[in-house]
Ligand binder design. Sequence first.
Ligand code: AMP
Ligand code: GLY
Length: 421
Amino acid sequence: MIVGIIGSGGREHAICKKVKESSKTDKIFCIPGNAGTNNIAENIDIKIDDFKSIKNFCLKSKIELLIVGPEQPLVDGIVDYFQDTNINIFGPNKLASKLEGSKIFTKELCKKYDIPTANFNIFENLKTTELSLKNFKYPLVIKADGLAAGKGVYICNNYDEGLIAAREIFNGKFGKAKNLLIEEFLDGEEMSYFVISDGKSYQFIGSAQDHKRVGEGDKGKNTGGMGCYSPSRLLSTKLDEKINNKIIIPTLNAIKEMGSEYIGFLYVGLMIKNDNPYLVEFNVRMGDPECQTILPLLKNDLCEIFFNCCIGKLSEKKIRLNDEKSICIVVCSKGYPENYKKNSEISQLNKLSLKNNEYIFHAGTKLKDNKILNSGGRVLNFVAVSNNLKKSRESLIKLIDRLDWEDGFFRKDIAHKVIDT
Ligand code: AMP
Ligand code: GLY
């Protein structure tokens, strides 16, 4: 089978590696890919918002299976755009992608189907928001409605912080804002839970705990994710049942009731409080770096899973995960998530030798004159699978130290809740 993968992050490199291992895969094109995917697939330099060029390329190259990694093209309707072709495209359609594309859509769905989530109010202008902010209890959470690349969520400790958030959102910091969301602050521990669906049935495909803050001890600015481990320490049979019965099944049924179907990964972002799950957010794709962490645990043929999802036959094979533990440390460009220097050479990368259970997935890298340079904020993902997270972490830290990249940094405390307490 000829496979296309849209995206250029660590998530897409991890998907690419797993798809490459399948006996069903003949060739992979990554659109646009990175320096890591370049070693196992052919990178094609087309922008991911240029649907027309992507479609023309896929038809010309006889791509039979197209996997969409990131959320933006899904929310913009790339799946609907391919409906007039025979190409099997893996990902949710435009309506189902609203689960990530509009926080208000999701909150209203939660209200209608009694899905546990933080209490919320929707505001349509700055004036009424300002007035209400005086009466709320703090902390509270203010969110822009649409996609905001991991930004657009403010945890506000007092009225003044609330005011700044509301003003920034209504002044268009995250694009034109018709409304915003004010939510009750949920005090608990976060967990990411992943399923994959073919529109008829779905299966569990791993859990993880992500570290979103830039600094050790989970301090500092929010990022796309500095590292994570899998499975989450919080998951139990009882909690699993609640997540499925109270959140996932009602949501997938709601999409069906709207006359649509959910095909793709569903990332269920949860806050766990007293062993009860509350929905924080849905994402309509795999997490990054959760994907890099979980896929090395997957025993199945990923190409077959994707294809079966596209033809409504996911239930034919049970998804199985290795029962070891996986940890991922993200190496970032110094300055991330703010400004950072680009085009700095990572000269030692190809000299590192990995053990059998270790993997490096590229994210913000590019190849120029045979040199690997950084091109993004999150640059490399170092992953290890074993029965001992502490040893895996030590081994990865040594490996990253050998990388000796002076323009990079990373957190040494990933998985501290399970390792260090
Ligand atoms: P979101 O983009 O909605 O996932 O929000 C980003 C991050 O903000 C989450 O991963 C949480 O850490 C935090 N967050 C969002 N909503 C809440 C809430 N209602 N209570 C506490 N923390 C929240
Ligand atoms: N790691 C968080 C995300 O992928 O949204």
